[in-house]
Design a protein around this ligand. Structure first.
Ligand code: NAD
Length: 334
């Protein structure tokens, strides 16, 4: 199949080309992010391959269908950026990579927790400037602290295992509790209790209509004063303006994020030297107790290898049997 690969970076090209070494598919690598303006670049393709900030709304899907595209192969686990009902109505199959490396995301989450706690980002900058003072760098032992995880799927469970290794007490909330988490010693509670009891709250649920702004001003007010909040799931699970309010008042002790609700215009690009026009994001960067990474939690060799291999398997299966190996349907959203 001819496949238009949108939002492709040097690393996507490298790993996808390796997975397609036999040359079964013609991969056309495009720098552009897929949206209504760039959709004509898919002309002649039977499939498009898209990433997290590509826009697959009603209009884009309609245009893709008119151009003969029959498959959208996502290079992500999350599918909140696709209008699944429209895709189904148009007869466009949607595929994803349901699991590539939960370790990659969970380990990055742990890195954010440790960096924020022990202020590694500030210590690194200080030492390079010849400032070896410790004032302002006081941390806390993770051992004996309570970690609360929202969403105990693949990544949430992996993160809980890591934090269990530090000697943390483990709390979680999930509409579908997991037996393997219970066996780890995880105690399931409702979200308000988790927020009230946890010293570190980490978000690992998908973005759905139910989880949009799950952590809003009332939820933040329920958190322990001085607690840490970490989000490596999807930006809009957090109400960023409310979070800024909680940081300004000092109620929220620290924030680590790998995702941001308006990240599509910022992330995955080198904008150094340019003016950041997003005032909310710019405000976040001014806090000494906020650590932001630009959606890199998935970014390990193992994860990129798996993403490329599963994406190619989705393409192969669609060509052979008319169904990708890992389809996503509106039923999944429900
Ligand atoms: P998963 O499907 O295995 O687990 C998600 C869990 O969240 C499920 O157990 C589900 O029951 C639970 N859940 C759903 N609604 C909930 C709610 N309202 N409250 C609490 N829990 C709820 O998914 P996963 O592979 O563990 O991934 C989790 C999320 O991480 C993905 O949806 C994706 O958005 C994000 N992610 C981010 C990166 C990154 O690079 N930052 C990479 C991969 C995935």
């Amino acid at each position: 199949m001819r496949v238009a690969v949108f939002s492709s970076k040097s690393y996507d090209r490298e790993f996808l080309a390796r997975a397609n070494a036999a040359g079964r598919h013609e991969l056309v690598f495009l720098d552009a992010r897929l949206d209504a303006a760039t959709v004509p670049a898919a002309l002649g393709a039977q499939a498009v391959c898209a990433f997290v900030n590509d826009r697959l709304d009603r209009e884009v899907l309609q245009r893709l269908q008119e151009m003969g595209v029959r498959l959208v192969a996502l290079r992500s686990a999350g599918f909140n950026h696709v209008d699944l009902e429209q895709a189904q109505a148009l007869g466009i199959a949607v595929a994803r990579v349901p699991e590539y490396s939960p370790y990659a995301v969970a380990e990055h989450t742990a890195a954010l927790v440790l960096s924020l706690d022990r202020k590694i980002h500030r210590a690194h900058a200080r030492v390079r400037e010849g400032n070896f003072a410790l004032e302002g760098l006081l941390g806390f032992d993770l051992h004996g602290r309570t970690v609360g995880v929202v969403g105990t799927g693949k990544i949430g469970e992996c993160f809980l295992r890591i934090m269990g290794g530090f000697g943390c007490r483990l709390l979680a909330t999930d509409p579908q509790p997991s037996e393997s988490c219970r066996q780890l010693g995880v105690r399931y509670v409702e979200l308000p209790q988790l927020l009230a009891d946890a010293d570190v709250v980490s978000l690992h649920c998908p973005l759905t209509p139910q989880t949009r702004h799950l952590i809003d001003a009332p939820a933040l007010a329920r958190m322990k004063r001085g607690a840490m909040l970490v989000n490596t799931s999807r930006g809009a699970v957090l109400d960023t303006r409310a979070v800024i309010g909680a940081l300004k008042s000092g109620h929220l002790g620290s924030l680590g994020i790998d995702v941001y609700e308006e990240e599509a215009d910022l992330f995955f690009r080198d904008l150094s030297g340019e003016v950041i026009r997003d005032d909310v994001f710019a405000r976040l960067l001014t806090f000494p107790n906020v650590l932001v990474t630009a959606h890199q939690a998935f970014f390990t060799e193992e994860a990129l290898t798996a993403i490329a291999q599963v994406t190619l398997r989705n393409l192969d299966a669609f060509e052979d049997r008319g169904q990708p190996e890992y389809p996503v349907t509106p039923a999944r959203l429900a």
